[in-house]
Design a protein around this ligand. Sequence first.
Ligand code: MSP
Length: 642
Amino acid sequence: MGTFYLTTPIYYVNARPHLGHACTTIMADAMCRYRRLAGDRVYFLTGTDEHGERIAQVAAQAGKSPQAYADEIAAVFRETWQRLGITNDDFIRTTEPRHRKVVQEVLQRLYDAGEIYFGEYGGWYCYGCERFYTEKEIVDGKCPDHQTALTFIKEKNYFFKMSKYQDWLIKHLEDNPGFIQPDRYRNEVLGFLREPLQDLSISRPTSRLEWGIPLPFDDKYVTYVWFDALLNYYSAVTDEANPKTRGLWEHVEHLIGKDILKPHGVYWPTMLKAAGIPLYRRLNVHGYWSLGGSKMSKSVGNVVEAFQLTDKYGHDAFRYFLLREMNFGLDASFSEEALVDRLNADLANDLGNLVSRATTLIAAAGPVAQVTAPGEAADRHIATFAANARAAVEQAMQTFEFQKALGAIWTFIGTVNRYVDASAPWALAKDPAKRPRLERVLCTLADALGFLGIVLDPFLPDAARKIREAIGQSATPTLEAAVVGRLTSVPRVRKVSGLFPRIDTKEREAPTALSPQGRGQGEGLKGEGPKGEGAAKIPITDFQKVDLRVAEVLAAEKVAKSKKLLKLTIRVGEETRTLVAGVAEHYEPGALVGRKVVIVANLEPATLMGVESNGMVLAASQEGTVSLLTLDKDVPSGAQVK
Ligand code: MSP
């Protein structure tokens, strides 16, 4: 049995948990569940980073004390992880006394050892990142991360002699290739180290910032937020009186996003080295999620709150998407459409159908105490594929390659689905002479379900539990038991249908037509041919109910998270209103401003992706070409069209 201590970054409490935070926490959770399944002693830490200027600023804006503000948001993080079924063993907050005590001890130790000195420094500072930038890092005079202007600050501070560890760190990275993984990030750190390493300013004067841990040797200063934050990983497990955390430190591995590589790849190992604390085992770095191609960030305001989508599609589906869609270490792009596509194809179709078919067939035939017919080549094939899938999962999980692990499991699911098709148990059931073969097929299927109930556990914990329950397995699953080919009976099985209900994409597409309100517009946009011929004739009085008007487009912008929708601000005579049009794939927002279009003005309002639409823009469409109805002579907006 190994020991595994895994940490996530501790998240800033200046924003509520969003998709990015959820991604790291879910990856860490999947890894910890996997290691528990494999029989390891596991300790999983997450928490919140609560000091520093950013938090003091947002608290002040909210009219609260930093502590009250931190309490509030830390509670939201804690609850979010609970609701998402995250299995963290501890949740550390940097405002807790247990943490403050360790930070002060380490600072004192470094100070006494001459690793910290008092000096003056002038440099370009980003308040968002809470750090100084070197000339090389600055892009167009701005912070490369926030794209905001930097401030030149000159002040006396305490410095950690980080520069003296430069050669040591280079050698350590060269001698220990797996210390930072994937390799691209190890190379990136080696790249930073090609430039001379500066000493690290580790204090902020209380005259400028009070919200921090006071330096034990000078109370006119508080600790720099990164120096404080990184130590959480250590302070959470150093209480000798706590048996749960004893002996964990030497097994620590960190999981982070690539945005915080430098503090974790450079500051942290040098701090540990200087303080005489054993280094972490490994730093695991994942890429970034973007939304529709742009970086997800609080400052850009396009973050997806972690709950919006889990509430809508379920925790397992959200988890699956995050783990399956991102190649560990590389960036990935998030969209609701892609999530629904994965849900429908992989979860509803491949896995859901298999579980439903297998449990229905087994439940119908009833349990069998002893299967007599020997396995055939097809059954042995399933056993081999299961062994291959397990080996691939074990291999991939060594390096956090969730997407590969899931890919291997889905190859197995595909094989079992084909096995069901080929062995046609419904046909075997019709012929009593084929009963022994039917029993063997059902035994293989039950065996495959048992296997899936185990290997899916880290990734889809709810679905895996449902599968295990359906086949009567109530014991805690273990990876060791994930073997197909040993079962000789068919258990009593409860039918499971709708493990992952399919999301009707028609429904999802409807609002992306030119306007949501009318029926049939979705089809119209897809260019399914003229409707006129088939449409019923109507009296003119019906047509007169439709109030068609000329409208002028005053402003146009894309609707967040939608590929197809534009939000238009239009003037209809004296009135200004908002309308949502499904033309984003055909018109650039800017190209519409100032144009006159024709709208249905008397439609009931509808809300689309959170935006209220009052009316519908008319457009002709056929075979992918969409053309807005415009006027060939200028008439004022508000003019009636008839
Ligand atoms: N408080 C620091 C970390 C201190 S650790 C000693 C911090 N906090 S944060 O709230 O900004 O969280 C950053 C982390 O959130 C990233 O490293 C990553 O784990 C996660 N993510 C935030 N946005 C993300 C994406 N768009 N995509 C993927 N992960 C992202 O930095």
